[in-house]
Write a protein that binds this ligand. Sequence first.
Ligand SMILES: Cc1cc2nc3c(=O)[nH]c(=O)nc-3n(C[C@H](O)[C@H](O)[C@H](O)COP(=O)(O)O)c2cc1C
Length: 225
Amino acid sequence: MKILGIVGSPRKGSSTDLLVDMVLKGAVSKGAEVEKINIGDLNIAFCTGCMECRQTGVCRITKEDSDDDLAMIIEKITETEGLVLASPVYMRYVPGQFKNLFDRLVSQIIITPGKNLTEIKCRIPGKRNSVVIATCGNPDIKMASETLEFLKTTSNMCGNGGTVVSELAAGGLMLPGQINTDKRTLLDLASNLNLPEPAVDNMMKQYKSIKEQAYQGGQKLALLI
Ligand SMILES: Cc1cc2nc3c(=O)[nH]c(=O)nc-3n(C[C@H](O)[C@H](O)[C@H](O)COP(=O)(O)O)c2cc1C
């Protein structure tokens, strides 16, 4: 069984990336084979809206640009039985680079007029369950709701109606890799933000809990395959 993690943060050493690592670790502990892709490492041209793919199922850019990575991503999704989609919140939504990947993946979606969202099918065969993760700077994770909704809808489409087995959101994240950072760094951050010292203990507790949930989400995903 193979699980693919797609990290939507363009930032190196990001908390989103670290949380995907935790999910994949959990999956490996239950026997899964895993792979991770970071959006910042991909070359995905913008969708030009030509709509040619609606008739052919193949994106025109894929045919014309051999350096474009969409075909490689489709191949990787084809090989997997589970997906982990994770993204930071940018202006209440996913980063443009990540959104663009899914705009291009519309070439794989079979849209039948009159059918509702849950009936939308993907040309990439097979059902895939998923774990979705959103991270945001606002301590209130309600800020991540549109991002989570996007991740759930897209994983559902790419997974031909598979189940989202775990949905996680982490808030209050600003520094790179903050979810794994030490107490000293968090105390400095709290002091810059005029937060009281006990807030740091609270942050550390929350980070521990979300990482545990990510690990368990990965285990669940692997066991359901
Ligand atoms: C361009 C940009 C836009 C952002 N917009 C929001 C936002 O609308 N709401 C929010 O809570 N955080 C926002 N943030 C903060 C990120 O969501 C937050 O730092 C996130 O944890 C970064 O994750 P990463 O380190 O995994 O990339 C934004 C950050 C950037 C760079």
